[in-house]
Design a protein around this ligand. Structure first.
Ligand code: URA
Length: 431
């Protein structure tokens, strides 16, 4: 009987897996079967076992640690004790990372964020940054150290050396309906986040119909598990629960979100985007013992320091300075408007559907490896709870090619009714 068989048999029987067993799984995911690794069948059985049986907190911690130790660990905080990281579970029109990074860095708090690519209805920070010509996004340890020392900011995508076990397990989860498992999500996110070795992590966990986990109770449970597991592995962490029952800002789409970022850094950010950005920035600074107030953050914007830092950092990461001085952020040329068919109140937005339709129009990635038309975008000018007159603009779409059918499906994702309420933007703080 093989080792994978014994571990899987234990899992099937509902007996707890110890650290050694979970380490074997992570090692097995890092190597090919011919080199002593686990087969896809064995790993898939493990994933389904965990998805169905769950893991207790000790098991979640052990799996996270084993996946973390499957790859490089950078320990950036050894040289920069206040370097801080943020993770968001993702949303629509959510440009927080791009605003928050230079903003906090301009207040003297170094920020490292290695982010993923977007998939499905949400855009990825790395993909958005591709709208900036020349920006180099694959960052290794030495790149991050150099960028942090010079500009207090490093944003990019992780190299394959970070948490290789997650790479293989995540691809298998996608094919085996085991994405939605709390211990697997936690180990996946944290194995990558803990690898850079920031001094602390703040999680922005979304709930609502555009969120990865839409039910507030599920989002809260994920936030608690992320914070508890991170702390149990020695990294201070906290989380904010924020609303994703409508697009966060006014713009969705890669080029449009870079434009919204530059507007935010120039003091013209959308109020909801700024509210979440400020709240997370204060939380991050507090986690690394730095007192940064709302007034400090506002001053970093009004004095132009945050925008200057964005330009310096982007140039250091390869962006063309001439482009930064006069950014060309043109949107796709075919504009279509979705107008309200009636008077009332904006009552419901199917946020996930807006993101998926934007991807279908070319502005996102529907499957792994898909290409993105960065200029395809949408503007969401009104908010849930707003009074609407008949004919008011609810959406403005920027397509590469006209598509009546798609416009109709966008229109069906919004509902104006007799009553409707504005949701609370920032909910509970956990930690
Ligand atoms: N993001 C990740 O990196 N992993 C998950 O499992 C879910 C979201």
């Amino acid at each position: 009987v093989t080792i994978p068989f014994r571990i899987l048999d234990r899992l099937r029987a509902g007996r707890p897996l110890d650290e050694e067993a979970l380490r074997r799984v992570a090692e097995g995911a890092t190597r090919e079967p011919e080199d002593g690794g686990w087969t896809d069948a064995e790993l898939a059985a493990f994933l389904m076992g965990v998805a169905v049986r769950g893991l207790d907190p000790a098991g979640t911690r052990a799996l996270t640690r084993a996946m973390l130790e499957s790859g490089e660990r950078w320990d950036l905080a050894a040289e920069l004790p206040t370097v801080v990281d943020k993770h968001s579970t993702g949303g629509v029109a959510d440009t927080v990372s791009l605003v928050l990074g230079p903003l906090l860095a301009a207040c003297g708090v170094p920020v490292v964020m290695l982010t993923g690519r977007g998939l499905g209805h949400t855009g990825g920070t790395t993909d958005k940054l591709e709208a900036v010509p020349g920006l180099r996004l694959e960052l290794g340890r030495d790149d991050c150290r150099r960028l942090l020392a010079a500009h207090a900011l490093a944003i990019g995508t992780s190299t394959p050396a970070i948490a290789p076990a997650d790479r293989r397990l995540y691809a298998l989860r996608d094919r085996t309906a085991t994405i939605r498992s709390l211990p697997l999500i936690t180990a996946s996110i944290l194995s990558k986040k803990l690898a850079t070795g920031a001094a602390a992590i703040v999680f922005d966990v979304k709930s609502g119909n555009g969120a990865f986990l839409r039910e507030p109770a599920a989002a809260r449970e994920l936030a608690r598990t992320l914070v508890a597991t991170s702390r149990s592995l020695g990294r201070p962490a906290s989380a904010l629960l924020t609303d994703m029952s409508q697009p966060l800002g006014e713009w969705a789409g890669h080029t449009a979100e870079v434009r919204a970022t530059l507007e935010a850094l120039a003091g013209e950010g959308h109020p909801a985007l700024m509210e979440v950005t400020f709240a997370l920035a204060e939380e991050m600074a507090a986690q690394v013992g730095q007192g940064v107030s709302r007034a400090d953050l506002e001053a970093a914007i009004s004095t132009g320091r945050a925008r200057a830092l964005f330009d310096e950092w982007a140039a250091a990461q390869g962006a063309d300075p001439a482009w930064l001085a006069r950014p060309d952020l043109r949107l796709a040329p075919v504009e279509r408007v979705v107008a309200s068919p009636r008077a009332g109140v904006l009552a419901r937005v199917d946020t996930r559907q807006l993101g998926l339709l934007l991807a279908e129009a070319g502005g996102g990635r529907l499957g792994p490896g898909g290409t993105i038309d960065h200029a395809v975008s949408l503007r969401y000018p009104r908010r849930l709870g707003d009074r609407i007159e008949r004919g008011d603009e609810l959406l403005r779409l920027y397509f590469r090619e006209d598509d009546d059918d798609l416009v109709g499906r966008f229109a069906a994702a919004l509902e104006v009714a007799d009553d409707g309420e504005a949701p609370e933007l920032i909910g509970e703080r956990i930690g």
